[in-house]
Ligand binder design. Structure first.
Ligand code: ZN
Length: 123
């Protein structure tokens, strides 16, 4: 449930390892709106790994019972910010892939193959 987009959280590391095995090379820490977790500059593609709690995954979202109003507003703001960032990136010519942390935990290779397919589309 860590809030920060640390560079070495579990699902990100799993995804990076799977991408590496597929021979994909990405950039980290690229300065773009929303600080995407992975960037493929040549393919104009960015990847976000979204935590199920913070980004309100439809399968795993849970509303904390304490301070429910606070949390509801906070999580809605996060979702709205995600949408705004995505729009900003796409207006700047970037394609955006969002992966849930649960997708990566259950099938990191499948998630990596989705990214690989998108990278290939752009040649
Ligand atoms: Zn989830």
């Amino acid at each position: 449930m860590s809030r920060n987009r640390g560079r070495d959280t579990g699902p990100e590391v799993l995804l990076r390892k799977a991408l590496w095995k597929l021979g994909l090379r990405y950039r980290l820490g690229f300065k773009l709106p929303g600080r995407p977790d992975l960037v493929f500059p040549g393919a104009r593609l960015v990847v976000f790994v979204d935590g199920c709690f913070w980004h309100s995954c439809p399968e795993h979202r849970v509303m904390p019972k304490n301070n429910a109003g606070f949390w509801a507003r906070k999580l809605v703001r996060t979702t709205e910010r995600d949408a705004a960032i995505e729009q900003e990136l796409s207006q700047a010519g970037w394609r955006v892939i969002r992966l849930w942390e649960h997708e990566i935990h259950s099938n990191a290779v499948g998630a990596a193959e989705r990214v690989a397919a998108a990278v290939r589309v752009s040649g």
